[in-house]
Design a protein around this ligand. Structure first.
Ligand code: AMP
Length: 111
């Protein structure tokens, strides 16, 4: 499904795009600001990473920094869920940017 968003074949609320990554708002936000960053190349999860993905991973982290700054976030969380036991429901690598809480109080993080 995220492959289709990467291709532009499925709509998304895109906040940032480059040749390597796309960032869009989570459809069911778990924080006042919740943006997902995906690589355009298909990578199933952190568990599937190889050295060949180094460029895409670096691009994801740089995009996360730029998206957070663009959203006015000073402090925020950057999170990967890995595998079903880790809460990963979509098998296309994605990084969660979570922030915008008035004060830092999320007691449990079940993203
Ligand atoms: P994860 O549980 O780490 O696999 O996270 C998947 C995230 O994708 C969840 O937070 C969903 O709310 C979000 N999501 C699923 N489908 C879409 C979509 N079409 N557009 C935006 N976010 C989505």
């Amino acid at each position: 499904m995220f492959c289709k968003i990467a291709e532009g074949a499925l709509p998304a609320d895109v906040v940032f795009e480059s040749s390597q990554v796309k960032a869009f708002r989570d459809i069911h936000p778990k924080a006042p600001i919740h943006v997902l960053v995906i690589p355009k190349v298909h990578i199933a999860s952190v568990a599937a990473l190889t050295a060949a993905h180094d460029g895409a991973i670096a691009a994801m982290l740089h995009a996360a920094k730029d998206v957070a700054a663009g959203e006015g976030l000073v402090g925020y969380k950057v999170l990967f869920n890995v595998g079903r036991e880790g809460g990963q429901m979509v098998d296309h690598l994605h990084l969660h940017i979570l922030g915008g809480w008035k004060e830092h109080k999320p007691k449990s993080l079940n993203i």
